[in-house]
Design a protein around this ligand. Structure first.
Ligand code: UD1
Length: 342
C-alpha cells in the first residue's frame, strides 16, 4: 500500500480532482468532508475514475472529538492536504464570524493534530486573493500582500500567517501553501467537476449554466476597466493541472526536497485573460452561443491579476499544461453530463 494522504474537503471541487491525481500515482487517500457543499456521490465518481474507493469520513473539522477519533483510527497518515473551507466571497461579507471560525479553527485543529499525532507534512489551499489588486503584474510570490477584499480572502491571508508562525516554532512541521489563481474546468471523464449551490458566483459555472439554459443571461461585470477590451483580467487555471500541483507539493514534502519548512507558490498559467476572451473562447470551443449583457462593475472585483509562475515552474517543477479552450470544453462537457444534455 502507498503512502497515506488525508485530504480534507476531498469531495469538493478542487479536492476531488486532487484525490484522483493522488490515486493515479499510487497514494492511498483518506477523505474528511462534512458534505456542506458537496455530496457523497463524489466518492462513487472518484472510484469510477480511478478504480479505487478512497476511505471517507463525514464530519466537520471544528469537531475536535471526532478529529481525535479519526487520527486514532487512521494512525499512518504521512501528509495532509487541507482544502476544507467556506469559499463564497459574498456570503463571507454577510457571515464573517462563520467564515473566520470555520476556516481558521479547522486549520488550528489540523495543526494541533499534526503535533499530537506526529504528522509532518501539510499542503494548504491558499489563494491569489492574498495579493489584493497588486501594483505590479504579473504577481510573484514576493509581491507585497494587500488588505483582503473580503472576510473570505482574509481567512486565507490570516491562515498563511498562522502557518508561518507555527512552523517557526514547530521544527517537525513542514508546510507548502499553494496560492491558486482562478481554477476552472472539470475532469475529462466528466464524472467530477464544479457543482455550485444555487446561482453561481463564479464566471465559468455561470457561463456553462447559461449555455445549458438554466440561466437566461450572463452579466459581464464591467467593460470600463483599464484593460484592452475593458473587462477584468484573471489567470484561469485548469483544475486537473491544479490538482497535479498538489501531488508535486506532497512529493516535495515527503522527499524532503523543500528548501524551507514553510514555502508558498503561485499556481496559475501565467497568462491573463479577460472575461470577454473567456466568453469568446467558450463559444468557439463548444459551438454554443452564450447570451450576455454588459452590466455595472461588481463591487470588490479587482481589475486584473495574473501569476508569475517562474518559481512554481523551476522550484516546484510544475507547469500548467491544458489550454483555455480545452479547459472550457471540459467545463461544458461536465455541465452537459449533469444536466443530461446530449
Ligand atoms: C473570486 C474571489 C476569490 C476566490 C474565487 C474563487 C473576489 C474578488 N474574488 O475570484 O477570492 O478565491 O472567486 O471562488 O470575489 N464575472 C462576470 N460575471 C459573472 C461572474 C464573474 O463578469 O457572472 C467576472 C468577474 O467580474 C471577474 C471574473 O468574471 O472579473 C472572474 O470572476 P469569479 O469567477 O467570480 O472569480 P474572482 O472574482 O476572480
Amino acid at each position: 500500500m502507498g503512502r497515506q494522504i488525508l485530504v480534507t474537503g476531498g469531495t469538493g471541487y478542487i479536492g476531488s480532482h486532487t484525490v484522483v491525481e493522488l490515486q493515479a500515482v499510487g497514494f492511498d487517500v483518506v477523505i474528511i468532508d462534512d458534505l456542506s457543499n458537496s455530496s457523497a456521490e463524489v466518492v462513487d465518481n472518484i472510484e469510477k475514475i480511478s478504480g479505487i474507493r478512497p476511505a471517507f469520513e463525514e464530519f466537520n473539522l471544528l469537531d475536535s472529538v471526532k478529529l481525535e477519533a479519526f487520527f486514532v483510527k487512521y494512525s499512518k497518515i504521512d501528509a495532509i492536504i487541507h482544502f476544507a473551507a467556506f469559499k463564497a466571497v459574498g456570503e463571507s461579507v454577510e457571515k464573517p464570524l462563520a467564515y473566520y471560525r470555520n476556516n481558521l479553527v479547522s486549520l488550528m485543529n489540523i495543526l494541533d493534530s499534526m503535533s499530537k499525532y506526529k504528522i509532518q507534512n501539510l499542503v494548504f489551499s491558499s489563494s491569489c486573493t492574498v495579493y489584493g489588486q497588486p501594483d505590479q503584474l504579473p504577481v510573484t510570490e514576493n509581491t507585497p500582500k494587500k488588505d483582503a477584499e473580503s472576510p473570505y480572502g482574509n481567512t486565507k491571508a490570516i491562515a498563511e500567517e498562522v502557518l508561518r508562525d507555527v512552523v517557526k516554532v514547530t521544527p517537525d512541521i513542514k508546510v507548502i501553501a499553494l496560492r491558486y489563481f482562478n481554477p476552472i474546468g472539470a475532469h475529462p471523464s466528466a464524472l467530477i467537476g464544479e457543482l455550485p449551490n444555487g446561482v453561481p458566483n463564479n464566471l465559468v459555472p455561470f457561463i456553462t449554466q447559461t449555455a445549458a439554459g438554466l440561466r437566461k443571461q450572463l452579466s459581464v461585470f464591467g467593460d470600463d476597466y483599464n484593460t484592452p477590451d475593458g473587462s477584468c483580467i484573471r489567470d484561469y487555471i485548469n483544475v486537473v493541472d491544479l490538482a497535479k500541483a498538489h501531488v508535486v507539493a506532497i512529493n516535495r514534502l515527503l522527499e524532503n526536497s523543500n528548501t524551507e519548512r514553510y514555502e508558498f507558490f503561485n499556481v496559475g498559467t501565467g497568462t491573463g485573460v479577460s472575461v470577454l476572451e473567456v466568453l469568446n473562447t467558450f463559444e468557439k470551443a463548444t459551438g454554443v452561443k452564450v447570451n450576455y449583457q454588459i452590466v455595472a462593475r461588481r463591487s470588490g472585483d479587482i481589475e486584473k491579476i495574473y501569476a508569475d509562475t517562474t518559481i512554481a515552474n523551476t522550484v516546484l517543477g510544475w507547469k500548467a499544461e491544458t489550454s483555455l479552450s480545452d479547459t472550457l470544453l471540459s467545463a461544458w462537457n461536465w455541465e452537459k453530463k449533469i444536466r443530461k444534455i446530449k
